[in-house]
Design a protein around this ligand. Structure first.
Ligand code: PMP
Length: 374
């Protein structure tokens, strides 16, 4: 099998699975209990918090809240910040459904919500943002790396634009497709809240984290035992947290090497798809090398995807979380027509991918086009 849908999820590292299994068997304690075993485990979870903070450039006093994934982290970040109904909330139009649909929910509840357009290259439209911003903006949410196209937003620039007009506005960033793949510096970029997910970096599904800067006062959106600084009640899944840390350590040990390798494979793929007259590359050159989005004009991405999967090659057709819905909202926002968007496929890379995998993809695509043209 050739797996090229790593933005949807990654195969967990063996070391991560072993770590989870070991921790679950030996260290199954509830970290909120008061005996020594729990206390020791709780200390290791706190070390994991400090490790995450060190990787993203957090400081003493900042918090890491462990969650069930980035969907929950995004919801907590947005709903927990929505204390001022009369202020303005801005969201980039390119966001993942876990942000976009939460924004739509806020709007339905009478909040003042606006969406910032994105450019043809998938980045936030910085000029439009500048025009939209005023002193009433209290919150802005924008992703660092797009899960659809790999476009990288200039968060520092976005923060400057927003803070120039509204210095106290909270900056939330969905960092899911960036963590462990490109470097993140929350202080340099003025990020107040950062969402992360374990299963996109060789960790397990069902675990994520939210970075909360010391200056942000999130309110809980549901209630229970008051774990995770009172913001995310529920027994902490310590085994999942420690294996998330393991996955991140493994990524960070080889960050640059892996980036370079992904870049080489991306360039190789872009070179090889040039021969197709009907292809549009919607990913920009300086985007993440891990995600490549292609449109095959006059074709259906789903049909291509099925053909490829029948030959053991797994690719995505846009966001896996919303792939059952027709069309692709983000590509539409980038200005592609509905017909063009129908032909979208997404190729996303991780450690195990090689140029040979791209060769297999290309020869399967050749067969697909041969078949439909005969
Ligand atoms: N944000 C982005 C950018 C994503 O790619 C995803 C996963 N598709 C999520 C949020 C949701 O993450 P999780 O599966 O951990 O809830």
């Amino acid at each position: 099998m050739v797996y090229l849908d790593n933005a949807g999820t990654t195969k967990p590292y063996d070391e991560v699975v072993e770590k989870f299994s070991h921790e679950s068997r030996e260290e199954y304690f509830n970290i909120s209990a008061i005996y020594q075993e729990s206390f020791d485990l709780s200390k290791r979870v706190d070390e994991a918090r400090r490790y995450f903070l060190s990787i993203i450039g957090g400081r003493e006093g900042d918090r890491i809240i462990f969650t069930s994934g980035a969907t929950e982290a995004n919801n907590i970040a947005i709903l927990g910040s929505s204390q001022m109904k009369n202020k303005r909330f801005l969201f980039s139009s390119g966001e993942h459904p876990s942000v976009y649909n939460t924004a739509i929910f806020l709007k339905s509840q009478g909040y003042n919500v606006d969406f910032i357009p994105i450019q043809r290259n998938g980045q936030v439209d910085y000029d439009a943002l500048d025009n939209m911003c005023d002193s009433e903006v209290c919150f802005i949410s924008t992703m660092l790396v797009s899960n659809e196209t790999g476009a990288i937003n200039d968060i520092e620039k976005i923060a400057h634009i927003v803070k120039a007009k509204s210095p106290k506005a909270i900056i939330h960033v969905d960092g899911v497709q960036a963590l462990g793949k490109i470097s993140i510096d929350v202080k340099k970029c003025h990020i107040d809240l950062l969402s992360m997910s374990s299963h996109k970096i060789g960790g397990l599904k069902g675990c994520g984290a939210l970075y909360v800067s010391s200056n942000v006062n999130l309110k809980p959106t549901y209630f229970g035992g008051g774990q995770e600084y009172g913001i995310r009640s529920g027994t902490v899944n310590a085994s999942a947290v420690l294996s998330f840390q393991k996955a991140l350590e493994m990524r960070m040990n080889n960050l640059e090497q892996n980036y370079k390798k992904a870049e080489e494979i991306k360039n190789y793929l872009l070179e090889r798809v040039k021969k197709y007259k009907n292809v549009i590359v919607t990913s920009c050159k300086d985007g993440s090398p891990y995600i490549i989005s292609l449109l095959f004009k006059g074709n259906r991405g789903e049909t291509i995807q099925r053909f490829l999967s029948s030959r053991g090659i797994l690719v995505g057709t846009g966001s896996a979380c919303s792939s059952k819905k027709v069309g692709n909202r983000v590509l539409q926002e980038m200005g592609y027509t509905k017909d063009e968007i129908l032909g979208a496929i997404r190729i996303s890379l991780f450690d195990e991918n090689t140029k040979e995998h791209i060769d297999s993809l290309i020869s399967a695509l050749d067969k697909y086009f041969e078949k439909i043209n005969t």
